[in-house]
Design a protein around this ligand. Structure first.
Ligand code: GDP
Ligand code: MG
Length: 602
């Protein structure tokens, strides 16, 4: 296709504002699918995504639209992942486009994620086409939202397209606006090949499928190519596009987006952001913006039933096939047995993997307290040199006497909230060692930015934020580097034995409060036993908090269920089943749920 007849765009929106529904409509109007193939929300094809309404893996669809001027255009629609954890993937998708449809809910107006996405889009010099969606809702106030887009985002919204993606209103107007406003790509067909690797995933039939945006040159079957960052060479065996059905094509030319396959077995070899060029006569410099993504949040994953370890190993391996950003290595713990230490891009990423292991592979897991990566500076001693180590497992925490200085990762968080919840949100941030850097009001809403230590955010910050704002506050973050912190390792002991899954790194100033909270919660979470159970929090040898679970009186079961044999049997069966979900620590059975619940900061 000629450059002048190509339009590459993404859709940006706050969650639930209608991005997927609008994409489906565009596909319905211009895609290569029959009505029957047009299942609901084609772009969000994973179950978990559907339930959570988020897009994890970017998908791109090529559409053909014959405009009112009689010309036919190739529209490449990129669906970008919608969560902060996948910010780098988003940035590569955006770099593959010249414009964006900005979808704003006519009843909700501009929200944090809308803004964060728009700013990113502007950074990539995108032409932004505003779309005010859900105009069918009784609460829709399109004129107010139009003004909001102008006031808050600062772009002209006088020609914003009004749509109801749900009822199919305004879809053609969106397509016309796309063609008229988004600039065509540029590129040189005769220059050395330069294609950006936008995304990659594992397909059981095709092997690794790679989504590309060709900048210069042409991609064809049979071409020998080189991945400039990865340093590998491959023979292209298939070239095509998704409409969203997969179709093979003779080539992908400059300005176009499509996919290639090249007998690649692991997504790890096809890194997002890499530059693809020809082995012979290729480009000399790679495209800008490549970054190697590193996991930032780590936790241990252990099977509740030790016999499931092999199954866990296999399942994790399968997930990893399709997700190079998640890492894992074997770990063994005295109490939890064999498991894996896994690294994730963020908390949502962790939750997704955990949930998939649970649902798709039917694994019951104990997840240890999430940890960030601490940079620990070790002092010089008589026998050892000074050293700097990165620690992502509390179990590896060095001896306090050797620690010279500790650095921890910080983030800049942007929170956008209706006024009425601001007070509680400021308190939450303050409690988490936050430093407020900005606070502005727009309409009835506040936008506040905080610098926060990542370790205060990893467990339940997001849940807390949602609960205190009744779901209205939005949260977005970026990493801003390491800062010195006075951190200590806190152990939790149950009946005198440390529970390794519950040990965590905390700031000294909040250690006592966290320890007390954990002991109190564990007291409610651990069932009574026939003996008294002390629960303690300790730093080094010093106990900083303590609770005691009173002993159960021996005759309780007998009294309750004495007469009824069948009920007693049922109870015993239930106990047997429940046992599989418990772990023993110092003769105390701790239910699986307790591990996670104990860490919630209340
Ligand atoms: P996304 O998170 O931005 O992808 O949003 P979805 O497309 O998944 O839509 C979120 C919810 O809003 C779904 O329940 C949709 O059915 C609904 N929705 C989307 N567009 C419209 C619309 O134009 N009108 C109404 N009333 N609901 C819509
Ligand atoms: Mg969606």
């Amino acid at each position: 296709t000629e450059l002048s007849h190509i339009r590459n765009f993404s859709i940006i929106a706050h969650i639930d504002h209608g991005k997927s529904t609008l994409a489906d409509r565009l596909i319905q109007v211009c895609g290569g699918l029959t009505d029957r193939e047009m299942s609901e929300q084609v772009l969000d094809n994973m179950d978990i995504e559907k339930e959570r309404g988020i897009t994890i893996k970017a998908q791109t669809v090529r559409l053909n639209y014959t405009a009112k001027n009689g010309e036919t255009y190739e529209l490449n629609l990129m669906d970008t992942p919608g969560h902060v954890d996948f910010a780098y993937e988003v940035s590569r998708s955006l770099a593959a486009c010249e414009g964006a449809l900005l979808v704003v809910d006519a009843a909700q107006g501009v929200e944090a994620q809308t803004l964060a996405n728009v700013y990113q889009s502007i950074e990539h010099d995108h032409e932004i086409v505003p779309v005010i969606n859900k105009i069918d809702l009784p609460a829709a106030e399109p004129e107010m939202v139009r003004k909001e887009i102008e006031d808050i985002i600062g772009i002209d919204a006088s020609e914003a397209v009004l749509t109801s993606a749900k009822s199919g209103i305004g879809i053609e107007d969106v397509l016309e606006a796309l063609v008229a406003k988004i600039p065509p790509p540029t590129g040189d067909r005769d220059a050395p090949l330069k294609a950006m690797l936008v995304d990659s995933w594992y397909d059981p039939y095709l092997g690794v499928v790679i989504l590309v945006r060709v900048m210069d040159g042409v991609l064809k079957k049979g071409l020998n190519v080189k991945f400039m960052q990865g340093g590998t060479e491959h023979l292209i065996d298939r070239v095509g596009a998704f409409t969203p059905k997969r179709v093979d094509l003779p080539e992908i030319g400059p300005g176009e987006i499509g996919f290639i396959t090249a007998q690649i077995k692991e997504v790890e070899q096809a890194r997002v952001g890499d530059t693809i060029t020809t082995v012979k006569g290729g480009a000399t410099a790679p495209l800008k913006g490549y970054k190697e993504v590193q996991p930032v949040v780590f936790c241990g994953l252990f099977p509740v039933d030790a016999a499931d370890f092999e199954k866990l190993r296999e399942s994790i391996g399968k997930l990893r096939l399709n997700d190079a950003s998640f890492s894992y290595e074997m770990e063994s713990s005295a109490a939890l047995g064999f498991g894996f230490r896994a690294g994730f891009l963020g908390l949502l990423h962790l939750e997704i993997i955990q949930e998939r292991l649970n649902r798709e592979y039917d694994l019951d897991l104990i997840t240890t307290a999430p940890s960030v990566v601490y940079r620990v500076h070790l002092a010089h001693t008589k026998n050892e040199d000074a050293a700097v180590v990165d620690i992502h497992n509390p179990a590896d925490w060095p001896d306090v006497n050797r620690i010279d200085m500790i650095e921890e990762p910080w983030i800049k968080a942007t929170i956008y909230t209706p006024d009425e919840y601001l007070g509680s949100i400021l308190k939450l941030c303050q409690d988490r060692r936050g430093i407020q850097t900005d606070l502005t009001y727009v309409g009835g809403r506040a936008q506040v930015t905080y610098e926060l230590p990542l370790n205060e955010v990893v467990f339940d910050f997001y849940d807390r934020l949602k609960s205190i704002s009744r779901g209205y506050a939005s949260f977005d973050y970026e990493q801003i580097g390491l800062r010195e912190g006075d951190l200590v390792k806190m152990n939790i002991m149950v009946n005198g034995e440390p529970v390794d899954a519950l040990s965590l790194i905390v700031h000294r100033n909040v250690a006592e409060e966290r320890g007390r909270g954990m002991c109190e919660r564990l007291k409610d979470l651990i069932p009574r036993h026939l003996f008294k159970i002390p629960i303690q929090a300790a730093i080094g040898g010093k106990i900083i908090a303590r609770e005691t679970i009173a002993a159960l009186r021996k005759d309780v079961t007998a009294k309750c269920y004495g007469g009824d044999i069948s009920r007693k049997k049922k109870l015993l069966e239930k106990q047997k089943k429940g046992k599989a979900r418990m772990r023993e620590y110092g003769n105390v059975s701790i239910p699986q749920e307790a591990f996670i619940a104990a860490l919630r900061m209340g």
